[in-house]
Design a protein around this ligand. Sequence first.
Ligand SMILES: CC(C)(COP(=O)(O)OP(=O)(O)OC[C@H]1O[C@@H](n2cnc3c(N)ncnc32)[C@H](O)[C@@H]1OP(=O)(O)O)[C@@H](O)C(=O)NCCC(=O)NCCS
Length: 167
Amino acid sequence: MSFKLISIKDVPKSKLKKFDCGTEVLNEFLSRYSLKNDTLGIGRTFVAFDDKDEVVGYFTLATAQVVYEDIPDEYRGKLPKYPIPSLRIARLAVGKNLQGNGIGKWLLAQAFIKIVHVAEITGLYFIIVDAKETSKSFYEHYGFIKFKDKELSYFLTVETVRKAMEG
Ligand SMILES: CC(C)(COP(=O)(O)OP(=O)(O)OC[C@H]1O[C@@H](n2cnc3c(N)ncnc32)[C@H](O)[C@@H]1OP(=O)(O)O)[C@@H](O)C(=O)NCCC(=O)NCCS
């Protein structure tokens, strides 16, 4: 399997309507709102295509902040008590008929590569994700940790990911 990742700005609109990951809000975001958010500069969406030029999945990144109270005690370390700069994987989805083939893993790896690059030029501590009931086991599989008193909000530190990428 080989995929290419393209910014939403460069994707023809007609390609987006067919995408179905089984979760309507995620389908609708891609076809209706992802380009608007990108144009506004509030969320960057990247779309993955297969070798037949069909959309297989996408993810959206946006900056975020994590408040001290949400951080589990063992991860507070020497962090200051003001909001911690973070990056949110705001959405990540794979076409319904293609799920379970490693595309989610590939998309997550592509998101991590971009996030680690961003962290080279600005302060970035947590990678956060608001999972869905259907995807929480996917994120847990990759070591994402639950925020304090939150059911579906997870994090990894950028440092953990950077070290894992270095092997
Ligand atoms: C969740 C989702 C992104 C996973 O993508 P995927 O392509 O099906 O996952 P992959 O095939 O890459 O699986 C990667 C690994 O995660 C594991 N996994 C654990 N829980 C999983 C779950 N709920 N769904 C898929 N994989 C899961 C797989 O077993 C696999 O492990 P392995 O590499 O050790 O074999 C995809 O199923 C999806 O788009 N679901 C609907 C939309 C959604 O809920 N998105 C998340 C909202 S932020």
